[in-house]
Design a protein. Sequence first.
Length: 564
Amino acid sequence: MPYEEKIKRASVLDDIFKQNAADAKKLGYTLGEAKSYSNLSLIFYYQGKYNLNVDYALKAIALFDRLGATHELAYEYGILGYTMKRRNMPNALYYMQKGKRLAEKFSDTLALMSIYNNYGVLKEMEHELDSALHFYQKGLAIKLIRKDSLGIPYSYNNIAGIYVMQKKYDAARELFEKAFDIRTKRGDAIGVAENLTYFGDMYFAMEDYSKALSFYEKSVQAALLHGYIYLVQDNYKRISECHQMLGDEKAALTNYKLFAQFKDSLVNVETNAKIAELDVRFETSEKEKQLAQQKSLLLQREIESRYKTNVLIVLSILSVFIALTGFLIYRQQRLRNRQLAQEHELKTAIDRVETQNKLQEQRLRISRDLHDNIGSQLTFIISSIDNIKYAFDLDNPKLNMKLEGISNFTQDTILELRDTIWAMNSNEITFENLLSRIANFIDKAQYATDHLDYKFEVDANLQHVKLTSIVGMNIYRTVQEAVNNAIKYSGASLIQVKIRNSEGGIAIEIQDNGRGFDSKQIIPGNGIANMEKRISDIDGKFSLESAAGSGTQVSVFLSCKSDI
């Protein structure tokens, strides 16, 4: 997508994210409100509205901090520091270090993967190359463990760039090739084009201008094919510089004019001066060639010898000048190269934000529909049943029991609807949230059944384990079903729920001391089948053990390797 179109899309997203934040705030969905502020901060940075970028980032940080959402808080600190790098480096380092310390405290590798890489960029801008290399390598180590095929090439290219600056060309070439192979397999056409430019930069630094020229030309063709105009115009400038180093003034002029054509409509004074300089140099070169040919026919050998001596002196001076100019150009290219990589990363982030926004909108819409429509209809049914019972003198006990049963069933349905909305509004559910939900359910069950005792035991180190909303809801429903079955059918005096760490995973046990049953002589009902299906859907293991007179135990095991 063209750069200008990205800007238009970013501006359209302003109102969408603001509306999302307002809707989330109205529903009391604080996490959704904070994430909307975070997205707005990124959009305003992309638009160059830096004051709004900082304002919304600080709003998001305040809400994440209030919620205790350490992952989001660490990530937001890191992004705020990164976006301030060209405006206020001390503040950029301050916020980046806060995010780094917080993520390290909680061993949050997902946040550290991004923070280490961006912290390396800040260190490179401060010319602390050893520190930059250290943090690039730490970020790469996490990405390799997580098999992050999108982020790994960025780290390879960053580390290789440091190696080029240290003149470790073999090590740089190996990493550039690894990044190029990954991007080729992913079908990342823009990333492939950028890596071709990186190869050109490396050979330029090695003063192998012919090879550098070959890679720049391949990159410009790929960038033209996919409409990456910024990379096209940058490559034309580098091609011009290669031709200039190789002594082909005509080709240098032609490609610099192509660079100017792709540049912004307001061509700066430096560009015009460069074109004029190359024009003069080309015309001078042609005139000198003609003059030399005429002198070769007219002048004697002595004059020819003097001319050659002068040419050698001029070439020596030009060689020194070109070497110095090449060094300065390379430094400028390195900074431009980093800017290209950052812009590509921001474009990827915008696409990811749009996807997250669509999912968030769907969740909010479905939650509102369930709460406003189905919830109000169920409440109306309960109210209507109560009105019938009190408005008419019903002497039929069976009819009274039927109406009472319908009312109780409807109330249970409302409770399950609230649980479903709770799960839908959560991107992640911590075990702490889930345990409080189970404990609340057991408290209600104990209140309704005086003859039963309950024991609820949970390992303390499970409090911060994170679950997806699907896994959390299926575990909750399974525990709920097992406890309800024990209350209804077992005749037990004690029900125990235990959740603990087990070797290689998490074990959940629901046990009663009731009458039990012979599992071989009964046909499992819908309740048991539903529990088995729920645990199977989240790649867990389900078992039920019972014997006449020995009670019943339902066991669930979730492997730590599962996506919980």
